[in-house]
Design a protein around this ligand. Structure first.
Ligand SMILES: Nc1nc2c(ncn2[C@@H]2O[C@H](COP(=O)(O)OP(=O)(O)O)[C@@H](O)[C@H]2O)c(=O)[nH]1
Ligand SMILES: [Mg+2]
Length: 202
């Protein structure tokens, strides 16, 4: 990830509408958010700061989008924010009850080789609906950090903040091989991006 001279790293939050991006953003940044209008549009986006140790992150809450082929002005701004490389790190937010719905966008972002992490939000709803969320499995499959969160209670948010510095560029070939089941040795050969070595830190 790219650090600006003043130690600031930009983190662009992207995901489908209603997955809890803004709720997570509020948890991560507190009360110091600034709303800006994206030049040339009527679309607003919000930016705020998160200080983690010696690092300052500028977190940007992008408008929700289903893909990187925008269908309306808000989606277009989300894609422009990504194109600008405003996101030195991209935090992909998925709804844990509808993971597959968000994966299309997640793969599009990962293919562009941004350092990424995934927040699996709405884990409380998943729990209530008895949907089992295998965050550790997804993390091993994708090779990027995956953190379970519940934005409304704040659960997992501290872990999510700590995981930003572990953001990884996804190795799409390795992911394809794993998906095809032809990875040489799924568990042993994939270092855990969460801790660097374990087989299930999740
Ligand atoms: N139960 C539950 N509700 C959530 C969670 N995160 C967000 N929400 C709610 O889901 C709705 C959409 O959240 P919002 O942050 O606006 O989603 P965004 O469109 O992705 O920015 C709001 O009513 C939030 O309060 C969560 O982890 N659990
Ligand atoms: Mg929002």
């Amino acid at each position: 990830m790219k650090e600006q001279p003043d130690n600031t790293i930009t983190v662009l939050m992207m995901g489908n509408p209603n997955v809890g991006k803004s709720a997570l953003f509020n948890r991560l940044t507190g009360a110091n958010a600034v709303v800006s209008n994206y030049p040339g549009t009527t679309v607003d986006y919000t930016a705020g700061k998160l200080i983690e140790g010696h690092t300052t992150y500028e977190i940007i809450d992008a408008p929700g989008t289903y893909s990187l082929e925008p269908h309306d002005a808000a989606e277009k701004v989300a894609v422009l924010l990504l194109d600008e490389r405003r996101g030195d790190v991209v935090m992909i937010v998925l709804d844990a009850t509808k993971i597959e719905r968000g994966l299309y966008l997640a793969f599009e972002i990962m293919e562009r080789e941004y350092p990424c992490i995934i927040a699996l939000n709405m884990t409380d709803v998943a729990h209530d609906k008895q949907i089992k969320v295998n965050a550790a499995g997804i993390q091993r499959l994708l090779g990027i950090p995956v953190v379970e969160t519940t934005a409304i209670s704040g659960e997992g948010v501290k872990k999510l903040a700590g995981a930003i510095r572990k953001a990884q560029v996804a190795d799409m070939d390795a992911i394809r091989k794993r998906l095809e089941g032809s990875g040489e040795d799924r568990d042993e050969t994939v270092p855990c991006p969460g801790c660097g070595g374990c087989r299930g830190c999740g």
